[in-house]
Design a protein around this ligand. Structure first.
Ligand code: G3P
Ligand code: CA
Length: 322
């Protein structure tokens, strides 16, 4: 019993404290990178209102006053970099219909020309009839090159958060991505907001990115929703070497975890944060950025908050009580 009381006291003192007084170090960390605070990132484009990772999702995200568009990069069997989340084509395309005889539908086993024959939009209209749009029918897969042409951070002011998706499947994809950015003349500029971020679950891949392009910040993604302190600390230790911050799976991000990250100079971007309630909680916990499927809703909100500075709290109450 005595030990239990000691443990609870220690917990209240060292952890619960941050529930009442969340860390205030995040803004300085974010400023170091010249990010706007907080950083708002559209997950697979505006994927609530348009088919994920397609042109309309990217365009809607750009129009939403956000800072970055998060997109997953993979490679075709003829070496082209494409934007796609799943490892196979079944959920998001009509690949089974167009290529009924294939043994499997892993995207890495298809050429770009084959992928360009597929429809990556109709599944959305079928799954979400209330958000359907006939323009979504027949949407194509995007290459990384096409995305850079659509977004072009130099013109749109919106950056790219590129996730290296399953990089172990794609040897040297890091070099190839860096090459594609160089080809499009996308370079970071001293004192300005980064144009490109790299996300990955793979510390090895992030370390490679650190060597190849140290000026673009890196975010280590964490997968689990329920996280014990030891696991969190081990992510922090890995991130200290390979990354600049953590992209933490939403519900695990307690304020004492964010405070521990801040103490190591790391920022924390929880994902995927889609409701007003989640935004409210995470901003109380002092998250430094948010990865959302719904940038239309929150991009405008954060833009207003940025402009209004001190009035932010008032505005927050106003928006969140809608
Ligand atoms: O931004 C983080 C997020 O993209 C990682 O998860 O599965 O959506 O790629 P996932
Ligand atoms: Ca992703």
């Amino acid at each position: 019993m005595f030990i239990l009381i000691i443990l609870i006291t220690v917990f209240i003192y060292f952890e619960l404290y941050y529930l009442i007084r969340p860390s205030k170090l995040g803004k300085d960390i974010i400023d170091k990178y010249n990010f706007d605070y907080p950083v708002l990132i559209a997950h697979r484009g505006a994927s609530y209102s348009a088919p994920e990772s397609t042109m309309p999702a990217v365009k809607k995200a750009v129009e939403s006053n956000i800072d970055y568009i998060e997109l997953d990069v993979q490679r075709t069997n003829d070496g082209e970099l494409v934007i796609f989340h799943d490892d196979n084509l079944l959920r998001l395309s009509n690949a089974e219909e167009v290529f009924p005889d294939r043994k499997n539908y892993y995207i890495r086993n298809f050429s770009l020309a084959e992928l360009k024959e597929l429809d990556f939009g109709s599944w959305f209209n079928d799954s979400h009839p209330y958000r359907a749009d006939e323009d979504y029918t027949g949407l194509s897969i995007l290459t990384l090159e096409e995305v850079i042409d659509i977004v072009n951070p130099d013109e749109s002011g919106v950056g790219l958060a590129l996730e290296l998706k399953s990089p172990y499947l794609y040897p040297n994809i890091e070099e190839q991505i860096i090459g594609a950015l160089k080809d499009k003349d996308l370079h970071e500029e001293e004192g300005k907001e980064p144009k490109v971020l790299f996300f990955s679950f793979s510390p090895a891949s992030l370390s490679t990115m650190k060597e190849l392009r140290p000026e673009s910040p890196r975010v280590l993604l964490t997968r689990r929703n329920i996280v014990v302190r030891r696991q969190w600390n081990s992510w922090l230790n890995i991130a200290e070497d390979a990354a600049d911050g953590l992209g933490a799976k939403g519900h695990a991000v307690f304020p004492w975890y964010i405070a521990a990250a801040h103490k190591k100079g790391l920022f924390v971007f929880p994902y995927v944060i889609n409701t007003a309630r989640q935004f409210q909680i995470m901003s109380w916990f002092s998250a430094d950025g948010y990865v959302t499927d719904h940038p239309e809703l929150f991009g405008n909100f954060f833009d207003r908050v940025r402009k209004l500075g001190e009035k932010a709290e008032e505005i927050s109450e106003d928006v969140f009580s809608d």
